[in-house]
Design a binder for this molecule. Structure first.
Ligand code: KIV
Ligand code: ZN
Length: 514
């Protein structure tokens, strides 16, 4: 087979990394975009890990997995039968559901984590696959910590689960320990040794602890793997997972070398990457391959000269290939609701009713303050609207006094259930003062753990996007706010975090994790 199956685990392995958690609305928004990107499989969650993860996986299966041409929707489970039941309950609504079950096969994990013998683990793996096959045909099995597992034992487990009905065998480098040549040889040896391996899809799942995740994934493909598990922007546990955009663009740009292709619509890559950043508040490093801010910027004079004469001199991919039509001017202050809706549709967001009203109001406010409104500005507005959580507190008014030799102070008015509350605060700086005023109203004290400010576009009138993580008495929540005024953006981000904390049902505590 010359086609590589792209299995996206942004919403599971990516989302379980600290700082990347998403609520159901956010997961749904991402899943819709992943479907537009045309990935083959979306691993939507680990349903038994929490009520919220279950609900989010089920909603992705219901709302995205039922669309025409939708990707396979997958739920992760350990080998416990209750885990598998829970996964099935969540993914069964999809046109093409998949159950993914895993258990560690390395002696280190068996001895210290599972406290089970090799024979017990083999038996549990076979029972799990059989149980899952009772629900659906599409069952995937992963021997966790495969790169450190005894080869012969792992082959025995894999032969047995194939016999029990697994359709995909995924080989994870759970701790990012493998080195490309060695990993490629391991994959090739598995293909020679495991009984029935030619009847199933062989997959890899590589972590990036030594910075080898993409190289290992590509080497595995060169040695016969035909599914790769990866995430947008390479997010995931610790140093992350293999980055989807790097794998897909390497296969596309070097098709002459790899000779395989994917179904991914590469011109959706940039938008998907930015959507994830907007949702999580975590931006990609500027020099990140494919999707970093500088990935297509030619700075050195000699390079610029070359590119102006002939792009091929220094450009191996075109920005358009990943859908990067940089900073396109779209709308101005006279543009109407229809124009906004149409442009948002081009960007992949179909907003109507109150969502469109909310986005239009924010657009008008912005267009009044800012001469030119770009796609990136709209993205900042619209992801805010689409992934809205109920606003217990709304910002009504903010007045800040700050300057050299002045004690910064702020007056804030908040709206809650139709009532208006006002208070003031002082602080080390204007942001601190604004947050102190909010605390004075709510009676809650948030401790700022992380604060990042970034301009959504270029220019002095650019929207400032603030992302922060706040600790409210042990509950850490994130929030984002956008405004041309960075103090207002900070206050909005803080309120987002506060509202998120109050909207307890969308918060989850992971009870278990792979
Ligand atoms: O890294 C890992 O081993 C995993 C498995 C659950 C596939 O994420
Ligand atoms: Zn993983």
């Amino acid at each position: 087979m010359d086609r590589v199956i792209i299995f996206d685990t942004t919403l599971r392995d990516g989302e379980q990394a600290p700082g990347f958690s998403m609520n159901t609305m956010e997961k749904l928004e991402m899943a819709r975009q992943l479907a537009r990107l045309n990935v083959d499989v979306i691993e939507a969650g680990f349903p038994i890990s929490s009520e919220d993860d279950f609900g989010a996986t089920r909603e992705v299966a219901r709302q995205v997995g039922t669309l025409e041409g939708a990707p396979v929707i997958c739920g992760l489970s350990r080998v416990g039968l209750a885990d598998i039941d829970r996964s099935w309950e969540a993914v069964k609504y999809a046109r093409r559901p998949r159950i993914h079950t895993f258990v560690a096969t390395s002696d280190i994990h068996l001895k210290y984590k599972l406290r089970k013998s090799r024979a017990e683990v083999l038996k549990a793996a076979v029972e799990a696959v059989r149980h899952a096959r009772g629900y659906c045909q599409d069952v995937e099995f992963s021997p966790e910590d495969a790169s450190r597992s005894d080869f012969d034992y792992m082959c025995d487990v894999l032969s047995a689960v194939i016999d029990a009905g697994a359709a995909t065998i995924n080989i994870p480098d759970t701790v990012g320990y493998a080195i490309p040549r060695e990993w490629g040889e391991r994959i090739a040896r598995l293909r020679e040794t495991v009984h029935g391996i030619d009847r199933v899809i062989l997959s890899v799942h590589c972590h990036n602890d030594l910075g080898q995740a993409v190289a290992n994934s590509l080497t595995a493909l060169m040695n016969g793997a035909r599914q790769v598990e990866c995430t947008i922007n390479g997010i995931g546990e610790r140093a992350g997972n293999a980055s989807l955009e790097e794998i897909v663009m390497a296969l596309k740009t070097r098709k002459d070398f790899f000779g395989v292709e994917t179904r991914v619509k590469t011109d959706e890559i940039f938008r998907t990457s930015r959507l994830l950043s907007h949702i999580t508040g975590v931006h990609v490093q500027p020099n990140k391959a494919i999707v970093g801010e500088n990935a297509f910027a030619h700075e050195a004079g000699i390079h610029q000269d070359g590119v102006l004469k002939e792009k091929l001199t220094y450009e191996i991919m075109r920005p358009e290939d990943i859908g990067r039509a940089s900073n396109k001017l779209v709308l101005g202050k006279h543009s109407g609701r229809h124009a906004l809706a149409a442009r948002l549709k081009d960007l992949g967001f179909e907003l109507a009713g109150p969502e469109l009203d909310g986005a239009f109001k924010k657009f008008k406010d912005l267009a009044d303050r800012k001469k030119e409104v770009y796609d990136e500005d709209l993205l900042a507005i619209v992801t805010d609207e689409a992934t809205k959580i109920p606003e217990t507190y709304e910002l009504d008014y903010l007045h800040v006094i700050s300057g050299t030799g002045v004690v910064p102070s702020a007056t804030v008015r908040l709206r809650k259930e139709g009532q208006v509350f006002q208070d003031s605060g002082v602080g080390d700086g204007p942001v601190d003062a604004a947050l102190a005023a909010i605390d004075a109203i709510t009676g809650l004290k948030g401790r700022l753990q992380d604060y990042a400010l970034r301009a959504a576009t270029s220019g002095r009138d650019a929207i400032g996007e603030v992302s922060m993580k706040v600790d409210f008495d042990g509950t850490v929540v994130s929030g984002k706010g956008a405004s041309t005024d960075v103090i207002e953006a900070s206050a909005r981000a803080y309120l987002k975090a506060l509202n998120r904390m109050m909207h307890a049902s969308t918060q989850r505590t992971k009870e278990v994790g792979p």
